[in-house]
Design a protein. Structure first.
Length: 56
């Protein structure tokens, strides 16, 4: 890859730009927590985890 080739995606800077927007408790058994992160770089990350902190 040439050094002059533009960088379209840098996962480290994208991850550092994520800010938590919302946390919801979903009424399931076991309880599931939904977390939403958004970046000004037009990226979203959604994570769901159970009460034991397992990502599902």
């Amino acid at each position: 890859m040439s050094e002059s080739f533009p960088k379209f995606f840098n996962p480290q800077t994208l991850g550092q730009s994520l800010k938590e927007v919302q946390v919801d408790l979903l009424g399931t058994h076991p309880e599931v927590v939904s977390r939403w992160f958004h970046s000004a770089k037009d990226a979203d990350l959604f994570i769901w985890h159970d009460s034991a902190q397992n990502i599902i």
